[in-house]
Design a protein around this ligand. Structure first.
Ligand code: IMP
Ligand code: MG
Length: 334
């Protein structure tokens, strides 16, 4: 039964939240599990004109028939998690692995005050780097010892295997983007762990052989927040002129931008073992495509854009985002 992974192909903010939300609805996903770093990620999706953001729960949170899990490799900020459980009425279907690390005040303070992290790297200030550092030092508190979330503890690896045994659909959601990986990104301008598909497997506790599809999400242009190089970066004015200005969903910082980079996309497919890719925000590049859900109805220039990327990557754009709403997707899966 399908166990698929969704990961970011660039620097985060590719639109993973929207793609996960679409798949959860469409494929009747029984269990959505979040891998990745922790609350430094903000995943956004729009349903019926309303915008939702999640920093701890999987982007499946809105779907009441989906169980929500947070894998052992993920850092948990208990306050943020409890708030999201309440917002999405997710009590009774939220499960936190006992081995998740816990972010404390001191980690947030360190992440926000230390000039190297705050100014040079430009972290999100959410405490994830210092908490992962404590984890490597074996002095971080784990979820099993955190009384605030004791009602939600469950072995996420076991849950996934049990759902797969029952032939239920499972969806794994990565956070950040490939080039923010501690191993494969532009160190030191990266996040505090690897964030490629292999790590998402490790985060939630399942081996690579159980994975059917690895969907790498690319946006039709690139954005980046925080420090670090960005090839062919556009100035602020040009970014605005193209309608590519965006603001970080966790920090509110203005994102930097550049055009789609095929070299980065190719490498990203290899690093993640991508079996297909999703291309989001095609309507931002080609406004005439807004809301289109049928490939044949796309304009010629937008088709050319998609097909050139497909040819270079040797993969199909199985999902194409054409608007903010979760349903604004061209689904070309077979
Ligand atoms: P940290 O993950 O907060 O330590 O930040 C390290 C770098 O990763 C900074 O450049 C952040 O802006 C970036 N970053 C971390 N999480 C995200 C994300 O979810 N989206 C985009 N950038 C992120
Ligand atoms: Mg984001």
């Amino acid at each position: 039964m399908p166990c698929n992974i969704v990961v970011g192909g660039f620097f985060g903010d590719e639109g993973k939240g929207k793609i996960v939300a679409y798949l959860v609805k469409k494929d009747n996903v029984r269990l959505a599990a979040r891998g990745g770093v922790g609350p430094n990620a903000g995943h956004t999706f729009n349903l019926n004109g309303q915008t939702f953001k999640v920093r701890m729960l999987p982007s499946a949170a809105f779907n009441v028939t989906t169980n929500l899990a947070i894998g052992a490799g993920v850092l948990v900020d208990p306050m943020i998690l409890l708030k999201e459980i309440s917002t999405f009425h997710a009590h009774g279907r939220t499960f936190v692995d006992p081995h998740c690390g816990i972010i404390k005040e001191e980690h947030i303070r360190q992440d926000s005050n230390e000039s190297f992290l705050k100014e040079r790297i430009g972290t999100t200030g959410t405490g994830t780097g210092p908490a992962n550092s404590d984890r490597a030092l074996r002095k971080l508190t784990l979820a099993m010892d955190c009384s605030e979330i004791k009602n939600y503890l469950n072995d996420v690896s076991c849950m996934i295997h049990s759902d797969l045994d029952k032939k239920n659909n499972v969806l794994l959601e990565g956070t950040q983007g490939t080039y923010l990986s501690l191993y494969h990104g532009g160190y030191p301008f990266v996040t505090s762990k690897d964030v490629t598909a292999s790590s998402v497997c490790a985060d939630v506790g399942i081996g690579p052989k159980y994975i059917d599809d690895v969907i790498v999400v690319f946006k039709s242009y690139i954005t980046r927040v925080g420090g670090g190089p960005l090839e062919n970066e556009l100035g602020k004015e040009e970014t605005q002129k193209r309608g590519w200005q965006e603001y970080g969903s966790v920090t509110g910082r203005e994102r930097r931008s550049s055009p789609f980079n095929i070299g980065l996309a190719k490498k990203s497919i290899r690093l993640n073992g991508g079996t297909s890719f999703a291309l989001t925000k095609l309507d931002v590049l080609f406004p005439e495509c807004a809301g289109v859900t049928d490939y044949s109805k796309l304009s010629s220039p937008s088709k050319k854009f998609v097909e050139e990327i497909e040819a270079e990557l040797g993969l199909k754009a199985e999902l194409i985002g054409t608007g903010a709403e979760v349903d604004a997707v061209i689904d070309q899966r077979h």
